[in-house]
Design a protein around this ligand. Structure first.
Ligand code: NAX
Ligand code: ADP
Ligand code: MG
Length: 276
């Protein structure tokens, strides 16, 4: 297993070209956030916008619209129950995230199925939270797209069938090669592991100050923002995972707990400090 080193930052985060514009940095849609989990998709949207995605659209329950905009006027909103509008928007995206705070009820399942049906092979689809649980529960067929899964250990257990205590590199790799070949799987824990077609990586940053709800929602948005902007998707994922926890390490020097939105707010400075 290779360790993710700090050098991944300068390999990935590049000084912006003078002639660039918002279209240069990717269009991303984040789909999730039911009536109870609106906070999840808002935190994820913060991660996307603050990491520099060019255009962020949040597709969520309409009850979340005003709270989304009070936190984040930069994000556009669409009602995820308006299927026609959702399909039209998704077709235009470079990156889509699905599942963050989506819930595993009938509504969540319907929306997930629409996304899986609509996504195209050239698009990056990040599959998080409830979408992982629904795919595992209903054995949904995975679409032809550039897939990135972000399970925590319990979600990985549901998806792969491997019990948490048996989640060794060897067992995870067997499941990865059998079920998720050519995609990227991020198994989140204290030292998150990333399975890709080129190898297995372990994060070297992260703190228990991160053990609070919404931390993974935020990571999904940051990964989205990074893969929307930076061409090498694998490096972008490694850099996003490293960055999310490296910021937490910095904040945890002076804080007992680090709140997910504080990580997002720190992103622009951290990325400036580590650009090349
Ligand atoms: N403010 C919000 O709206 C929040 C919404 N959330 C959403 O709630 C939905 C359910 O996700 P949850 O993860 O809370 O629930 P899950 O039921 O999927 O997972 C939590 C369970 O997994 C176990 N577990 C074992 N190892 C773990 C590990 N390394 N990390 C995390 N859990 C581990 C926990 O003990 C717990 O029993 C998702 O859609 C998620 O996005 C959560 O992110 C919490 C915050
Ligand atoms: N003790 C810890 N040390 C380092 N990172 C942690 C720790 N606890 C949680 N995290 C990180 O917080 C995130 C939690 O993700 P997840 O469980 O999906 O959160 P949520 O769904 O509530 O947003 C992961 O990125 C994980 O690596
Ligand atoms: Mg989660």
């Amino acid at each position: 297993m290779k360790e993710i080193e700090q050098s991944i930052l300068k390999e990935t985060i590049k000084v912006r070209s003078n002639n660039s514009f918002k279209g240069t940095y990717g269009k991303i849609a984040l789909v999730g956030g039911n009536q109870n989990f609106g906070g999840a998709i808002i935190m994820s949207s913060l991660g996307s916008v603050y990491s520099g995605a060019g255009l962020t659209t949040t597709l969520t329950d309409k009850n979340n619209q005003s709270s989304l905009h009070s936190w984040l006027p930069e994000a556009m909103f669409a009602d995820y129950k308006n299927t026609t509008e959702m399909i039209k928007l998704l077709e235009n995206m470079d990156v889509i995230t699905i599942g963050t705070g989506l819930g595993t009820d009938e509504n969540g399942l319907t929306i997930l199925k629409t996304v899986l049906k609509t996504v195209k092979p050239n698009q990056i689809l990040i599959i998080d939270g409830s979408a992982i649980d629904l795919i595992a529960k209903y054995q949904l067929q995975l679409p032809k797209a550039k897939l990135i899964f972000t399970p925590h250990q319990m979600e990985w257990q549901r998806l792969s069938g491997i019990k948490i205590k048996d989640q060794t590199e060897k067992n995870n790799l067997i499941a990865y090669k059998k079920l998720f070949k050519n995609s990227i799987v991020i198994v989140k824990s204290h030292r998150t592991q990333i399975y890709t077609k080129n190898g297995v990586y372990q994060n070297t940053t992260g703190t228990p100050a991160q053990a609070t709800g919404g931390m993974g929602d935020t990571l999904a948005g940051i990964i989205g923002g990074f893969v929307a902007q930076f061409k090498d998707t694998e490096n972008a994922v490694l850099a996003a995972v490293y960055t999310h926890s490296a910021i937490a390490d910095i904040l945890a020097k002076k804080q007992y707990v680090v709140l997910p939105h504080q990580i997002s707010e720190f992103l622009p400075k951290f990325m400036k400090d580590n650009e090349a």
